[in-house]
Design a protein around this ligand. Structure first.
Ligand SMILES: Cc1cc2nc3c(=O)[nH]c(=O)nc-3n(C[C@H](O)[C@H](O)[C@H](O)COP(=O)(O)O)c2cc1C
Ligand code: SF4
Ligand code: SF4
Length: 273
């Protein structure tokens, strides 16, 4: 069985989980083609689902949904009635309505969604001083990733004929969710900038930016294009790109979400069938 496994990963968590899922699917006998769809250029090519028996998509949760650029990319696909599985990584806070919203898009594009999963992953804003699930994903998450791969493979082969059930919805309209997406700029008040830091002009920031928002030469970001994913900051080999200090918002964030640093550490990765 030939499978296409695509993942978006700005700071590496989703890529790690995708690697474990891909390996386990191969161990089970699948031929897995893995594609990183984080760079803008890799989302610009049209994907033909014809050569593949099934499709797997992995993404981080960005403000309660898959990142906007992933949702837009999924809308370019023709599922041709093929089976599909999805998985997400998240920083210990809100998950719904991510599964429901992504499932809806995949079904509208002609896929049959058979499974989903969520995995803990160090929050992107830890780069600015937060301390959310810092050591995740860990061995416990990878064990769930392997189990998810086994469950998903059984559904892909038809050994298990089930499909993914109804996922938790939100009462909020799409416009409200869109406005929630803008809240991140209340936290990331200073977009990545070089501020005179030494730079080797390696171009990694430009190459890894999923939206073409950053100019390596200027060391500055175009605010209208930036999705606050921090791929540029995480990947810069010189640690030259600076953002605002978010430490003072951390306690407020925990209070707002009615959780503690410890309680989110206790969360476990989950499979949905
Ligand atoms: C803009 C933005 C919004 C995020 N929103 C959420 C969220 O709603 N809930 C959550 O638990 N984590 C949230 N996170 C944290 C990421 O989901 C988490 O760190 C993820 O594992 C990052 O994956 P990556 O390393 O593959 O990019 C957000 C991160 C960013 C950058
Ligand atoms: S990734 Fe860092 S070192 Fe490389 S061009 Fe960008 S800012 Fe300069
Ligand atoms: S410029 Fe913005 S969108 Fe591009 S990598 Fe950096 S944080 Fe992400």
């Amino acid at each position: 069985m030939k499978l296409l496994l695509c993942y978006f990963s700005a700071t590496g968590n989703t890529a790690k989980v995708a690697g474990v899922i891909g390996e386990e699917l191969e161990r089970l006998g699948a031929e897995v083609e893995q594609r990183d769809i984080t760079p803008l250029s890799d989302r610009s090519v049209t994907v033909d689902m014809e050569p593949y028996q099934a499709f797997v998509i992995g993404a981080p949760i960005h403000s309660w949904r898959a990142p906007r650029v992933v949702r837009e990319w999924l809308r370019t696909l023709d599922g041709k009635g093929k089976k599909c599985a999805m998985f997400f990584t998240y920083g210990g806070f809100q998950v719904p309505p991510t599964h429901h919203s992504t499932k809806q898009i995949l079904e509208e594009q002609g896929f049959v969604v058979v499974s989903s999963a969520e995995f803990l992953g160090a929050h992107t804003f830890n780069l600015g001083g937060w301390r959310a699930v810092e050591d995740r994903p860990d061995a416990s998450d990878f064990a769930v990733a392997k189990e998810y791969a086994r469950n998903t493979y059984a559904r892909f082969t038809g050994e298990d004929n089930g499909t993914l059930g109804e996922m938790e919805k939100t009462e909020h309209a799409e416009e409200v969710l869109d406005s929630i997406e803008t809240f991140r700029f209340k936290t990331l008040t200073q977009l990545p900038t070089r501020q005179g830091e030494p730079c080797s002009m390696c171009m990694v920031c430009e190459e890894s930016c999923p939206t073409g928002a950053i100019s390596a030469e200027a060391g500055e970001v175009e605010p209208g294009k930036c999705i606050a994913c921090l791929a540029c900051v995480a990947n810069c080999p010189e640690d030259a790109l600076k953002i605002n200090d978010m430490k003072h918002i951390w306690t407020h964030k925990l209070e707002m979400e009615k959780v503690t640093e410890e309680s989110i550490k206790q969360k476990k990765s989950k499979i949905y069938l």
